[in-house]
Design a protein around this ligand. Structure first.
Ligand SMILES: [Fe+2]
Length: 701
């Protein structure tokens, strides 16, 4: 099911009349190929009048949404534009020209659905106003028809921070795509969230910069709230301002003009530690229903996406529901806050949806923030598992007990959880098991998986699903003042789909039970590149992968390696598990890439010898049998090529994007690594085959 069933895959056989009826039902401005082919005044490009450029999104095989923003400052409430679509960049072979409008109420943004297009075709589009002043020209591509057997290529990206980084990854993507053979060009860019970072520093807040970076003066919030040394938005105008600031980045704007985007929000489109309509700062929950609605409004206005909103079918304006910031104190059996303003705010925009590209791709995109239950380790009681000595390490068995809540041990959760010589109260024992998707979305998701007819069922999850753990139980005694307080493995990261153990197992067990082949996950959020297999448990439990999973490095936001280079004390006894200082080298070597992939002995061996082969030779095969690749310091993007037989992901890694590159290729590459899986059959185990195509990924393999 797509959010607008009639606008999803089923538009392919629509007649013009039914398309227009449908568009009218959505309230969408609509254009149909073959209508009204001339402008009354000649077109003249005036990019200054469309400062955020153009974009397109959510193509299907016969239609696509086009986007622009044309502000008017002469007091009017509505502006009238014309959209033109052509088969060529010079607009000699025009396919449609139609009136569209922009409204002050939508911050002068415009979304128009263009129908009657041919599948798997490149189209060019532009907007112009009554004076013939035009936007830049955009390029978009329709999806292949459902029975099209040709391979599909797309990119997936996440985490672009314009406040402290540069968008060189997009320049590289454009450069390579322009030079690729038509069959190898990208069909779309899947953006898995953190399109903006709502949390903004003004340069004077951090004269020392951020790690290796300087703070750019990108936006000043009119109604912002200062927390600690940063600023957050509080109104729709504030959120809109940060989108505009980001879209003024030339590399991002050029990427939006070249590729159709398929987007889903992660946390920073609303709030850093946000979940449902609640913000969290300084360990306190802050009811933020008005801000969640404001965040949704700005997202709706600045993306071209087939999303649904109960306030009405109009694609022209968001029509926000009225909500009041009210504490959320009661939760249902799935951890959903039952407070009516919370429900109204999270339901004000439904982003989860399914899109189809040809015979091989079903892209099922989920929302990991709006319906999730409270993450157990964000509760103050979890401080009992904090230890300065062990940093991010938390015993896996403790997190599993907390995740399962009252369902733990078949409904008999323990009253306490052992942590070294302490017994920590099990503060989750009366609460439901953690969910990231929420009950309704999860049911929809499983239904999509079961009913998919495509070769590959691709889960667009903004959050990582691959376990991130270490084996401190294997540390030599004496390295730390006290032994590891857990009984076995430590979880290092978490708070994402990888530590929603019960829910992940429910999904993977479903995939296995239903015999679903071709299950692949693409994710963002972790600011690091990961390739591996999807399995609900790891040794010492059974390891039975049911799919393949990938996580892309950030476009520009700082990653863990950069953070620990700046934050990790030189005399921390666990420093060798993260960084290895080599004499004469400016930057330490990130042994953290070995930690979650090969275990602590590999890190210590590398520290002793500086020899990667010797380090891998003492790998603990049980710490991460699911992983093929892990780079906690990589930035860039990933591409995917899918065909009847293969799913192939390529990580395109660039140097730390501290400043904008002036090169037409966006600057040098660090490495290019591919992972390929052959389609497996029911009962077969998926496998990844790795190829280093360019450069040196160092300790990431
Ligand atoms: Fe991020």
């Amino acid at each position: 099911m797509s959010n607008h069933p009639a606008l999803g895959a089923s538009t392919k056989k629509l007649s013009r009349r039914s398309f227009l009826t449908l568009a009218a039902a959505m309230g969408a401005s609509a254009a149909w190929s073959g209508t009204g082919l001339s402008l009354s005044v000649p077109w003249q490009e005036r990019r200054d009048l469309y400062p955020e450029g153009v974009g397109s999104g959510d193509p299907d095989s016969t239609s696509v949404l086009l986007w622009t923003r044309r502000p008017f400052d002469d007091g009017r409430a509505i502006g009238h534009l014309t959209v033109q679509v052509a088969e060529d960049e010079a607009f000699h072979r025009m396919v449609t020209s139609a009136p569209v409008s922009v409204a002050a109420a939508a911050d002068w943004t415009c979304r128009v659905l263009v129908g009657g297009l041919k599948p798997a075709r490149v189209y060019w589009y532009r907007f112009s106003d009554e004076s013939g002043f035009g936007s830049r020209i955009g390029r978009t591509i329709t999806a292949p028809a459902d029975d099209d057997p040709r391979p599909v290529r797309f990119a997936f990206v996440s985490c672009q921070n314009a406040n402290d980084g540069a968008m060189n990854a997009y320049r590289r993507m454009i450069y390579e795509d322009e030079r690729a053979a038509p069959a190898d060009q990208l069909g779309f860019v899947l953006h898995l969230g953190d399109f903006i970072y709502e949390l903004v520093w003004y340069p004077e807040d951090r004269p020392q910069g951020m790690y290796d970076r300087r703070i750019r003066d990108i936006v000043r919030y009119k109604n912002g709230q200062k927390i600690s040394d940063f600023h957050i938005p509080t109104t729709a105008d504030d959120y809109r301002a940060v989108y505009r600031a980001y879209l003024h980045d030339p590399d991002l704007q050029d990427a939006r003009a070249r590729f159709p985007f398929v987007t889903m929000w992660d946390n920073h489109e609303f709030s850093w530690m946000g979940w449902q309509s609640i913000e969290m700062f300084g360990g306190k929950s802050i009811p933020a229903q008005t801000r969640k609605v404001a965040a949704n409004q700005a997202w709706f206005e600045y993306h071209a996406a087939r999303v649904a909103k109960p306030s009405g079918p109009s694609l022209d304006t968001f029509d926000p529901p009225h909500v009041v910031d009210t504490p959320v104190q009661t939760f249902d059996d799935h951890g959903m806050g039952t407070e009516p303003n919370n429900l109204a705010a999270v339901r004000s925009l439904r982003g989860y949806r399914r899109l189809r590209w040809g015979r091989h791709v079903d892209l099922i995109i989920t929302d990991q923030r709006s319906y999730r239950s409270e993450e157990p380790t964000t509760r103050p009681e979890s401080d009992a598992f904090d230890s300065p000595e062990w940093g991010a390490f938390v015993p896996q068995e403790a997190l599993e007990i907390l995740d399962a809540g009252r369902t733990c041990n078949s409904g008999h959760p323990p009253d306490t959880i052992r942590y070294g010589d302490k017994e920590v109260p099990n503060y989750m024992k009366d609460r439901p098991a953690q969910t990231v998707l929420g009950a309704e979305q999860k049911a929809w998701f499983l239904d999509c998986l079961r009913n998919s007819k495509a070769t590959w069922k691709i889960w667009g999850n903004t959050l990582g699903t691959l376990d991130w753990r270490a084996d401190p139980q294997n540390l030599p005694s004496g390295l730390t003042s006290k032994p590891w307080p857990g009984v076995g493995y430590a979880i290092v990261g978490g708070g994402d789909s990888s530590t929603a153990f019960c829910e992940r197992a429910e999904i993977y067990d479903f995939v296995q039970k239903e015999g679903i082949a071709g299950f692949a996950t693409v994710a963002g959020d972790r600011h690091s590149f990961w390739a591996g297999l999807a399995a609900s448990t790891l040794p010492p439990r059974k390891f039975e992968p049911v799919g393949i999973a990938f996580i892309t490095g950030s476009i520009s936001a700082p990653g863990m390696v950069e953070a620990i280079e700046h934050n990790m004390p030189k005399d921390d006894p666990l420093r060798p598990l993260y960084l290895c200082d080599r004499p004469g080298e400016q930057k330490p070597v990130p042994t953290v890439n070995l930690l979650a992939h090969h275990g602590v002995r590999s890190c210590l061996e590398y520290q002793r010898t500086g020899d990667a082969a010797k380090a891998r030779a003492v790998s603990n095969p049980d710490v991460a049998p699911h992983l093929s690749f892990l780079d906690m310091g990589g930035h860039g993007y990933a591409t995917v090529k899918v065909s009847a037989e293969y799913f192939e992901t390529e990580f395109v890694c660039i140097p730390r994007p501290i400043e904008r590159s002036t090169r037409e290729d966006g600057g040098p590459l660090r490495y290019r690594v591919s992972h390929r899986a052959r389609l497996w059959r029911k009962g077969e185990r998926p496998k990844l085959e790795q190829h280093v195509l360019e450069g040196d990924p160092g300790l990431a393999v």
